[in-house]
Every structure is written in C-alpha cells, then in structure tokens.
Design a protein around this ligand. Structure first.
Ligand code: GRG
Length: 310
C-alpha cells in the first residue's frame, strides 16, 4: 500500500510539474515576440529561454505565491523574470571567457550559434526584460511597494550579493581541490550559496511577496529555499561524477579534470549524498505549520531536487 501511494503521489507531482512547465513556457514565449527592432537579439533570447530547462525556479515562485494565499497568475511575471535571469546567467557562464562550454541542455550554446557579441547583448537584454516584467506585476493588483521589495530581492540575487559574487569566487577558486579541507568547504559553500541558492531564494521570496505573504511566512520560505538551493548544487556535483558524458551532453568530469572544487571531491560521494538528504529534511522542517495540502508542491519539489537524475 505504501508503494502504491508513493507511486501515485510521484505521478501526481510529475503531472503537476508538466502542467506548470507548460503554462510557464507559454508565458515566456509570449514575453518575447520575434519582431523588429533587433530580431536577431530576440531570436537569441528565445533560443536559450525556450530550450527546455526544468523550470524549477519559476515553479518555486508560483508555488510560494499560492501557498501564502495568492493567485498563481499574480506571480507569473515574477516567475518569468527569474527564468530570464537564470537563462542570462547560463549564457554568460558558457562563454569562452568563463566555462567555455559548447553544449547546454544537449544543444549548442548561445555563443556557438549567435557569436559572442550577440550572446553578451542577449544577456543584457534578458536582465533588462526581467526587471521590466517584474515591474508589470503592479498591473495585476500587487501594491507598488511590494513590487519594489521584489525588485530589490531579485537585484540582490543577481549582483555582488548573489550570482556575480558566486561566479567571481568560483573563478578565483579554480585549482582549489584539497580533500576534507575546511577552507575548501567554506569556499565551496560560499560559491553555491551565491551562484545557485540566491536565485532559488529570490524565486521563492518574490512569489511569496506577490501572493501577499506575511513577514513570518516569507522568512520561513526563505530558509526553505536556502536549504534546497544548497542541496540543488550538492546533487548537481554528485550527478556530475556519476553520469556519463553522453547523458550529460558535455565533457564528462570536465570540472574534475579542470581542478574545480566539488562536494564529492571535498567529502566523497556517499557523504555528499547524506548531506543532500540532511538539507532536504531541514528544508521540509521550515515548512511545518503551513496548510498541509497547499504545502505539498514545495515539499515534493524538494524531494524531486534531491532525487533528480538530470
Ligand atoms: C548575467 C545574471 C548574470 C549573472 C552573471 C555568469 C554568472 C554571473 C553566474 C553563473 C551562475 C550559474 C551558471 C550558476 C549555475 C546554476 C545552476 C545550478 C544551473 C543549472 O540549473 P538547472 O539544473 O538548469 O535548473 P535547467 O537547464 O534545468 O534550467
């Protein structure tokens, strides 16, 4: 009986994810029509934005909004904004001056298709559009002061308190790879809290803001998101070691060969897995006290992240 209920629960959540991804993809598609001026840039924006990511960040945003009592549609602009920022960061991360990757999601990276000059402009345009999108939430009845809070939250997640800080630390730390080195672990946590957790946190918090969540609710969701953000990266590192190059769609273990710091390198694969489980338990604890039906998608999302295979 337990197995049956787990399976049906998994099935229910998978169809929830498929449905949400569909409505998010539709909103993203409508956000960037292929028209003049700068058709080429719009094409390049659409290329990465609509190339089949898992949509974890916008899902967090929508689910947090609904959890605190908001309408899902109220958080859709914020959900699109966070995915635009994510896409922008992926394009930059793949550039020759950064990770120099030629494949992303099994397809040629943005600069491989459009050239580096267009790719850089595309990242600028995606960030600008994200801010504009977020600001349009006022037309859905969100009070301007709340929208302002959400804009600040998102900006923090991008700049020197977020993605940029994480990426800079990552670049600076290349070559650091000492096993069980405390300084190494601290450096690694800094990178991932900024490079990955910050945007998952902003996704969740802006969703809760759009939904009219109280300060207490927003704080609990923030803590939940921090845990799953870190967990996301621990799982990512483990998958990098355990998956073949074919499945990854990029050079297997490239990061390992390049001397990049990863959790399996610092604490081993088994301990990394245990750490991810521990972060999942902690994340779920932060959600205690919310309505059990409404909180189900966020609990399942955390389980999905810890168990994901890609
Ligand atoms: C231009 C916004 C901006 C930032 C500049 C380049 C940079 C600073 C930061 C890079 C941040 C980065 C690439 C972090 C990795 C985050 C991560 C875990 C990506 C993979 O996320 P998934 O698995 O990807 O959600 P999909 O493909 O499903 O969308």
């Amino acid at each position: 009986r337990h197995l049956t209920s787990t399976v049906s629960h998994d099935y229910e959540f998978m169809s929830y994810m498929v449905n949400k991804a569909k409505s998010i993809n539709k909103a993203l598609d409508e956000a960037i029509p292929l028209c003049e001026p700068v058709v080429k840039i719009r094409e390049a924006m659409r290329y990465t934005l609509l190339s089949g990511g898992k949509r974890v960040r916008p899902m967090l945003c929508l689910a947090a909004c609904v959890l605190v009592g908001g309408q899902e549609s109220t958080a859709m602009p914020a959900a699109c904004a966070v995915e635009m920022i994510h896409a922008s960061s992926l394009i930059q991360d793949d550039l020759p001056c950064m990770d120099d990757d030629s494949l992303r999601r099994g397809k040629p990276t943005n600069h491989k298709v459009y050239g580096e000059d267009i790719a850089v402009l595309t990242t600028d345009a995606l960030i600008a559009l994200a801010i504009k999108k977020l600001a349009t939430s006022t037309s859905l009845g969100v009070p301007p002061e709340k929208v302002l809070l959400a804009v600040v939250e998102m900006a923090k997640a991008v700049g020197t308190e977020g993605l940029v800080a994480g990426q800079a630390a990552d670049l600076a730390g290349e070559g650091m790879s000492l096993k069980e080195d405390v300084a190494g672990l601290e450096h690694l946590e800094f990178i991932h809290i900024h490079k990955t957790a910050a945007l998952l946190e902003a996704a969740t918090v802006t969703g809760a803001i759009m939904g009219g969540g109280s300060d207490g609710e927003i704080e609990r969701l923030r803590r939940y998101a921090r845990c799953i953000g870190l967990m996301f990266q621990v799982v990512d590192d483990v998958l990098d070691v355990t998956k073949s190059s074919h499945e990854l769609g990029k050079t297997a273990g490239k990061d390992i060969i390049a001397g990049k710091l990863t959790y399996p390198k610092v604490m081993g694969v088994e301990k990394s897995r245990e750490y991810a489980e521990e972060l999942n338990r902690e994340a779920q604890e932060h959600l205690q006290g919310f309505d059990s039906d409404k909180v189900a998608p966020l609990l399942s999302l955390a389980d999905y992240i810890v168990n994901r295979q890609n």
